[in-house]
Design a protein around this ligand. Structure first.
Ligand code: FAD
Length: 471
């Protein structure tokens, strides 16, 4: 979409037309409306940030954008790893005021702007839940549209697998409802196609599951055991029942690297302890807790992410890969070597998430989330404090002295990604948009690309909804 400057009168007219709000530079509240979750994108200055209250407000925002050739960006929780829910000169349509959560029979109707923490808490009051991710401030729309894995996905599938219908406002302002009967192609595409693609999703309807008691265990090992633990943990995940989930994190830290696992179960403590006893060290060093589902989700989400956002913005850069099989000893060496050699100035993480179970029982062509035969999702994450520079290299290949942390992070991500390439499928998680990927469409969507393109050109022929990785 061509970009132009929007006359002040157009903003005044939009403000009068909306039940919601629109903020332009200079308005009180504009500066605090701008930031995304990742402080790396703090420089972005949208033309305006609109907070529609309902579908008609959304249509009015899109109408203004169309008439003035203004590019739009859609925002739910604002956690896009690439910063694509904002953009300098764009009209940000933030669905945060459309965040209602209600139970309707065996489904939950969730406003597109609801954050995961709120979804878990409100649904738990009625004894139910929806399988979703861990971070409480992630938005339900962004998460679901790209897939959505979490501690219940081996038991009940991804968040998108539990979607039974959705409503969106299309580029021409029409409200479109889709489900298995109404526009099933759009419904297919919304389950993994990614955000900001077909229209502004306003609400999502999910199948619910009981939110019972849960039991989980946190384990840590000394770094000298990292190779043995990674090799054993991978094998061990193959024997897990579907109601048990686990992730392993290898983390570089200023006081030395660590390796830690979380194990989460929807069944009882005895079974979990028996399973954990098959890992090195077993339950001896494990912190095992039984707690109601919503408490577990709150604890797993950490306390750094209050609904109002973190006290200090996080700065991070992340890439993803899928592993079709267990890592060979060379792959294990690559992971442990990369974390061990991460330079100072960044915290480097390789996180492996066990897939399988219900996630992998869905056929590759049943939804637009195609990564169904992968055993593990691997995320490479680099965190830093802005302004700090890495002072000394940790190895010959580590960043050299004085390298700004953002570059050190990028270099480390490049190295770890390259080291794992021979062991990975070549696919990438569309909820971890990665501007460095060359064949990004194939990496996110595999054979689903032509089918997604057909839905895109039908719903959004003029490509009102676009970002650098729009199919
Ligand atoms: C701290 C953290 C923890 C995470 N944990 C998990 C996890 O446990 N599991 C997991 O699967 N993923 C996880 N993710 C990845 C997460 O799923 C993606 O970043 C997701 O896209 C974020 O959604 P959002 O709504 O918060 O972000 P946003 O930045 O608001 O949106 C993401 C994308 O969706 C688009 N979009 C937003 N709202 C709409 C709408 N209403 N209609 C159409 N398009 C829209 C945006 O334009 C953007 O392209 C995590 C990310 C972070 C930063």
């Amino acid at each position: 979409m061509r970009s132009s400057s929007t006359p002040p009168g157009a903003w005044r007219a939009l403000r009068d037309a909306l039940d919601g709000t629109v903020l332009v530079a200079g308005d009180e509240g504009y500066e605090s409306a701008r930031p995304l979750f990742n402080g790396r994108f703090a420089h972005l200055r949208p033309a305006a940030v609109a907070y529609p209250e309902h579908a008609a407000d959304v249509a009015a925002c899109l109408d203004l954008a169309r008439r003035h050739g203004l590019p739009v960006a859609l925002r739910s929780g604002g956690h896009s790893y690439a910063g694509w829910s904002s953009g300098t000169g764009r009209l940000v349509v933030d669905v945060g005021r459309m965040a209602g959560v209600r139970v309707d029979g065996d489904t939950a109707v969730v406003g597109a702007g609801a954050r995961l923490g709120t979804v878990y808490d409100l649904l738990a009051r009625q004894g139910v839940t929806v399988p979703a991710g861990t971070c409480p401030t992630v938005g339900i729309a962004g998460l679901t549209l790209g897939g959505g894995h979490g501690v219940m996905s081996r038991a009940y599938g991804l968040t998108c697998d539990n979607l039974v219908g959705a409503t969106l406002v299309a580029a021409d302002g029409r409200e479109v409802v889709c489900d298995a009967e109404r526009d099933p192609e759009l419904f297919w595409a919304l389950r993994g196609g990614g955000g900001n693609l077909f229209g502004v999703v306003t609400d999502l309807r999910f199948r619910t599951h009981p939110a019972g008691r849960t039991v989980s265990a946190d384990l840590t090992w000394p770094w000298r055991d990292a190779r043995r633990v990674l090799a054993r943990w991978q094998e061990w995940t193959l024997s897990l029942p579907d109601h048990v989930w686990s992730a392993l994190r290898l983390v570089s830290a200023s006081d030395g690297p660590t390796v830690a696992a979380t194990v989460f179960s929807l069944d009882d403590r005895d079974e979990l302890e028996r399973l954990v006893d098959r890992l090195p060290g077993g339950t001896r060093g494990a912190d095992v807790r039984e707690e109601p589902h919503a408490d577990a989700m709150r604890r797993l989400g950490g306390d750094q992410d209050g609904e109002s956002g973190p006290a200090a913005p996080h700065h991070y850069d992340v890439r993803s890969q899928f592993l079709p099989d267990l890592l060979s000893p060379a792959g294990v060496d690559a992971v442990v070597g990369a974390v061990g050699a991460a330079g100072p100035g960044i915290e480097a993480v390789v996180a492996l998430v066990a897939l399988g179970g219900a996630t992998n029982r869905v056929g590759r062509d049943r939804t637009a989330f195609v990564h169904r035969d992968s055993r593990f999702l691997v995320q490479h994450e680099a965190y830093w404090t802005p302004g700090a520079a890495s002072s000394a290299p940790a190895s010959a290949s580590a960043p050299s002295s004085g390298v700004p942390p953002e570059r050190a992070a990028g270099d480390w991500l490049e190295r770890v990604h390259a080291a794992l390439r021979p062991h990975a499928s070549g696919e990438a998680y569309q909820n971890v948009p990665d501007p460095r990927l060359r064949d990004w469409a194939r990496a996110y969507y595999g054979d689903a690309v032509p089918r997604l393109r057909r839905v895109k050109s039908r719903l959004d022929p003029d490509r009102m909804f676009s970002h650098p990785h729009t199919i």
